[in-house]
Design a protein around this ligand. Structure first.
Ligand SMILES: Cc1ncc(COP(=O)(O)O)c(C=O)c1O
Length: 495
């Protein structure tokens, strides 16, 4: 997972084309510092379908490598495949003959489009609403923030109940004449909790507001978890009032990256997703999603991959996923000082600390030292695992390493003030989130600025971004935190 990239930076096109074999060797060499996902020690970034299925997806992807879904008249094949994919997923999610939709490049595009569609529907039906708002659970995916930012909507955040579902009473209070969309997740990313979709959808129906269910994570696994006999609360098109659903194929559909679907209950909703420009000198231009050019590869791989797997394949993958998730949950429950935030029967496992001497970020450092790639969360500090079928091979080893890591942290109280643990601890506590944003933006600017790519070859702390923030701004953050503490003490005394 660590190591330096030896290849020199490429600063201009080579004057003469280079040798293919040499370039392919270099492509392999560039992997040296990448997370090694094939050994089941990485969570959430890659959904490993196994070698044989992966090779099949590559073959399908390659066959439509050059085709462009932008013009469905030119590439009728891609259009046909896209509608087949939409129908397959629509059926799985209990849509009916009216269910429709499109493929997108991923969860983020599906959510961006869902928000744009709701905004344009409100513009069409309620043109007097000049300040469109959407109501989001606190835990809804940040792509909704991106969407609100891009499409000019105001976000109203609804609180959570103690079991980490969105608080329906709060959603109800936040609804006003500007609300154009209600959102629920199935399940949400941070803790794997399914929001009370039926109650939210009822509110949507009562107030005539569309309801989007973000099932980017759950779309291709919840139906199979349900078939395995586990309790899954209603969340799909069986729930009246749910008007659109996003479901990622490149997550639990195990297809090639760049594939999600956005489904609508009917064309009454789909119509506002479509963009048409009639006056452009380049011709009349119409597009159902955000990009112009739409790569054929992910569409072909999704079409072939879904059918190659079939219901039996997905059922087996869901079964293995639950075996792995159950093992992880039982393991966490068996370790004193830890506590689960995630519910049973879901493919997401999130643990936090239940003891003063167990610092989550220090335990995370210890796990990382033992070769695990981790997703650290905040508010509260926790570690997230998106579990998939391949983790059935490594779940026991994770539990053993987790127990060791907790024992180490308890025996070494200083661990929480060292390395990444100190950084994450401080970052999570900084009350001035604007400062955190500014610093992170600066780091990304550098990564993508004219000298971008340079630091990749340098030895990095395991968590580059946070490491860099603290290395550069640790003192300022420390000062700000001290100032904040002083201010709080003064204000509290004055009460
Ligand atoms: C619940 C949820 N929605 C949306 C997304 C965004 O998906 P993508 O990363 O494919 O854009 C994610 C990603 O993890 C997610 O967990």
């Amino acid at each position: 997972m660590s190591g330096a990239i030896e290849l020199p930076l490429v600063r201009s096109l080579p004057a003469q084309g280079r040798d293919h074999a040499e370039l392919l060797r270099e492509l392999e060499a560039l992997r040296v510092a990448d997370a090694d996902w094939r050994d089941g020690r990485v969570f959430s970034l890659v959904y490993d379908p196994g070698h044989a299925h992966e090779a099949f997806l590559q073959e399908a992807h390659g066959r439509y490598f050059s085709e462009n879904g932008l013009n469905p008249m030119a590439f009728k094949s891609l259009h046909r495949m896209e509608t087949d994919v939409v129908r397959m997923v629509g059926k799985l999610l209990h849509g009916d003959a009216k269910t429709c939709g499109t493929m997108t490049s991923g969860g983020t595009e599906s959510l961006l489009l869902a928000v744009k569609t709701a905004r344009d529907r409100a513009r069409r039906l309620h043109p007097w609403n000049r300040r469109p708002e959407l109501i989001l659970p606190t835990t809804a995916h940040v792509a909704f923030d991106k969407a609100a930012d891009a499409f000019g909507l105001r976000i109203r955040r609804a609180r959570l109940t103690p079991d980490l579902q969105v608080d329906v009473k709060h959603v109800k209070r936040l609804i006003n004449r500007h609300t154009v969309l209600l959102v629920a997740s199935a399940p949400q990313y941070p803790h794997g909790v399914i929001d009370p979709v039926a109650a939210i959808a009822k509110l949507g129906q009562k107030h005539g507001i569309p309801v989007h269910v973000d099932a980017c994570v759950g779309g291709l696994i919840l139906p199979f978890i349900e078939r395995l006999g586990r309790p899954v609360p209603p969340w799909d098109f069986r729930v009246p009032g749910v008007t659109s659903i996003s479901a990622d194929l490149h997550k639990y559909g195990y297809t090639a990256k760049g594939a999600s679907v956005l489904l609508h209950r009917s064309t009454d909703y789909l119509q506002d997703q479509i963009f048409v420009a009639a006056d452009w000198p380049g011709g009349v231009y119409a597009s159902p999603s955000l990009p112009g050019t739409r790569p054929g590869g992910p569409i072909a791989a999704a079409w072939a991959g879904l059918q190659a797997m079939g219901e039996s394949g997905y059922l087996e993958l869901a079964r293995q996923t639950l075996v792995a998730a159950d093992t992880l949950r039982a393991g966490v429950r068996g370790i004193a000082g830890l506590q689960l935030l995630s519910p049973d029967d879901m493919p997401i496992v999130t643990w936090t600390s239940a003891a003063a001497d167990v610092d989550v970020y220090a335990v995370a450092d210890q796990l990382e030292a033992r070769g695990w790639h981790l997703d650290r969360q905040q508010d509260p500090p926790s570690v997230h695992l998106t579990v998939m079928a391949g983790h059935v091979r490594t779940a026991d080893a994770y539990v053993r390493d987790l127990a060791d890591a907790v024992a180490f942290v308890r025996a070494h109280p200083a661990a929480k003030s060292q390395g990444n643990a100190a950084m994450y601890g401080m970052m999570a506590k900084v009350p001035f989130r604007g400062m955190v944003k500014k610093t992170v933006r600066g780091i990304l600017l550098e990564m993508y600025g004219p000298e971008g790519g340079k630091t990749q070859g340098d030895p990095q702390p395991p968590d580059g971004v946070v490491g860099q923030i603290l290395a550069r701004h640790g003192e300022a953050i420390g000062r700000a935190l001290d100032g904040y503490q002083r201010l709080r003490t003064r204000l509290t005394r004055g009460r």
